[in-house]
Design a protein around this ligand. Structure first.
Ligand SMILES: [Zn+2]
Length: 544
């Protein structure tokens, strides 16, 4: 069927409702060249929906780096690459480049948080009975108790109290009319705020902040869940590996009431004149927490389609997405369907297209699903400092992050239905006008309404770690929406037709760059103007 009849055929079908919504606009405007058309047929909305349905499933728990959900996602993408017959892209030939990521599992020893007089236990609370909190270092407390009761979440009224050398348990009696915050994140924020302010106030009063009794903070707290954080090497010179978090126990107000009773004080907390401090001779807080550390699930998943040209096969076109998202926080899963489940599903489709295309391009293609992007571009930063292919041989890095939606303003100022064709092309002209020109030329086939970088996201995804090394980059992004970084970024909101269309365009672009005589060069003037460069001379050749 020719293009004209194809077009007429599509509209007719659409009119007959035979095809899903927008299918007429999901197909590339013009067919792809013969040398890559066959492979492109492997990219379709149904396949993208299948892959994204798994990546953004409850089972993968929002793919938090260092969490079990990320291990599942990495394994899923690895198996996909292996099934396609692609080579492993890691230095050891496997598909996993391990990124130093420490998992710290705190284990409060029985009976948990305890209050004793000499060796006589007066009160205790274990994890099984509701003790919550977190710790990243081994902790031992055996110190005189001060139970402090306050109604001020900022702890301003604690300054007057002498808490010197005391292990302090703070009971926060919130005002009954205090409005309950809307969503889980607001609960967590309020709880965290009280924790840090009361901790500061107790420390200033000379005490050691051991526990907070506050129902709001308790709701948003985990039960000594494993803490995962980037290792120093992963965080790199500029990055800051998250330091040790102070040990803190979180209990409910009712637990503090029970403690007060155990200390022989029967009055309800809410009826006390506040602030109030309770200490008794010989009464101590006891708490022992052991920690186990290990490598957490944090890998860049890498695969190579080896090029066909004896010489050019040693040059690479990089296609990247980030596989991680915010993960699971307490009981809340951040599914990250668009961010960046859509890009990772797109990456899987593009890899499939290359693997199924009868003709291999001259240069090689490196497929990269990064970890730790949400923690500060950690996985791609580690790759750029420990590249498994020479950065000098990487002719471009094409980044796809959030390609599954139509841009939508928080307050309706921008409507999704006005952005069905919209695609942000970011950073391509920041380093290489030659790469930028190729992006524009191939859009003749794809037919997107390009937007540029109004949102200033050039530094906010993995391509930046390549740009600062002097690798020409192009970043593709469909824009923000009200569900960005919320648990509501779910698969039912994704425009699969658009996702497949963008994946087809990026496949076409990668193929073009892999076939081209001349690789894109860095414009000398642009390079000299680039802030935050990681090296003096760019990895790619310069064009004066
Ligand atoms: Zn993202």
């Amino acid at each position: 069927m020719t293009r004209m009849s194809l077009r007429f055929g599509l509209i007719l079908c659409a009119a007959l409702g035979a095809l899903p919504r927008g299918s007429a606009q999901d197909a590339p405007r013009k067919p792809l060249p013969q040398d890559r058309a066959e492979g492109a047929r492997a990219i379709d909305p149904a396949r993208a929906r299948e892959y994204l349905g798994v990546l953004a499933s409850a089972d993968f728990e929002g793919r938090g780096t260092g969490q079990e959900g990320y291990r599942k996602a990495a394994e899923y993408v690895r198996a996909h690459f292996e099934r396609l017959g692609l080579e492993g892209g890691a230095a050891d030939g496997s598909y996993f480049q391990a990124v130093p990521w420490t998992m710290v599992q705190a284990k409060p020893a029985a009976p948990g948080l305890a209050v004793v007089r000499g060796d006589t236990p007066l009160w205790s609370l274990g994890v099984a009975e509701g003790l919550r909190g977190n710790a990243s270092t081994a902790t031992k407390v055996d110190q005189a108790l001060a139970l402090v009761v306050t109604a001020d979440p900022d702890g301003a009224d604690l300054e007057a109290l002498d808490l010197k050398d005391r292990a302090v348990v703070v009971a926060l009696v919130r005002k009954p009319d205090a409005a309950a915050p809307g969503d889980a994140r607001a609960v967590q924020r309020l709880g965290m705020a009280a924790r840090s302010r009361l901790a500061r106030a107790v420390n200033q009063a000379g005490g050691r902040f051991v526990a907070l009794a506050d129902d709001l903070a308790w709701q948003g707290a985990g039960s000594f869940e494993p803490i995962s954080r980037a290792g120093r090497e992963a965080a790199g010179p500029a990055g800051s590996a998250r330091g040790n978090q102070p040990t803190i126990c979180i209990v409910r107000l009712a637990d503090a009431q029970a403690l007060l009773t155990a200390l022989g004080e029967a009055q309800p907390l809410a009826e006390l004149a506040l602030p109030r401090k309770f200490t008794l001779d010989g009464v101590h807080v006891r708490l022992t927490i052991e920690v186990e550390t290990g490598q957490a699930p944090a890998w860049n998943v890498l695969a190579i389609l080896r090029g066909s040209d004896p010489k050019l096969k040693d040059e690479f076109v990089g296609v990247g997405s980030h596989l991680d998202h915010l993960g699971k926080r307490g009981e809340t899963i951040f599914f990250g369907a668009d961010d960046d489940g859509s890009g990772s599903a797109g990456l899987m489709c593009i890899a499939e297209a290359f693997a199924k295309n009868p003709q291999r391009p001259k240069r090689s293609i490196l497929f990269m699903a990064f970890c730790g992007e949400e923690m500060g571009l950690v996985g791609s930063g580690y790759f750029a400092r420990n590249p498994t292919v020479p950065l000098e041989a990487m002719v471009a890095e094409l980044q796809i992050d959030m390609i599954g939606r139509n841009e939508e303003g928080e307050r309706g100022e921008e409507k999704a239905e006005d952005n069905l064709d919209c695609l942000h092309l970011i950073g391509s002209e920041k380093l290489s006008s030659e790469l930028h020109a190729t992006c524009l030329a191939l859009n003749e086939r794809a037919g997107f309404a390009f937007e540029w970088d109004a949102e200033d996201v050039f530094y906010r995804s993995d391509h930046w770690n390549f740009a600062r090394q002097g690798v020409p980059i192009a970043f593709f992004f469909t824009g923000f929406h009200p569900q960005y970084h919320k648990p509501t970024d779910t698969v039912d909101r994704i425009d699969y037709g658009k996702l497949a269309r963008i994946a087809t365009y990026v496949y076409d672009l990668a193929f073009e760059l892999a076939q081209a005589e001349q690789r894109p060069r860095i414009d000398a003037e642009k390079w000299s103007g680039l802030q935050g460069k990681a090296r003096e001379t760019p990895a790619a050749p310069i064009r004066n």
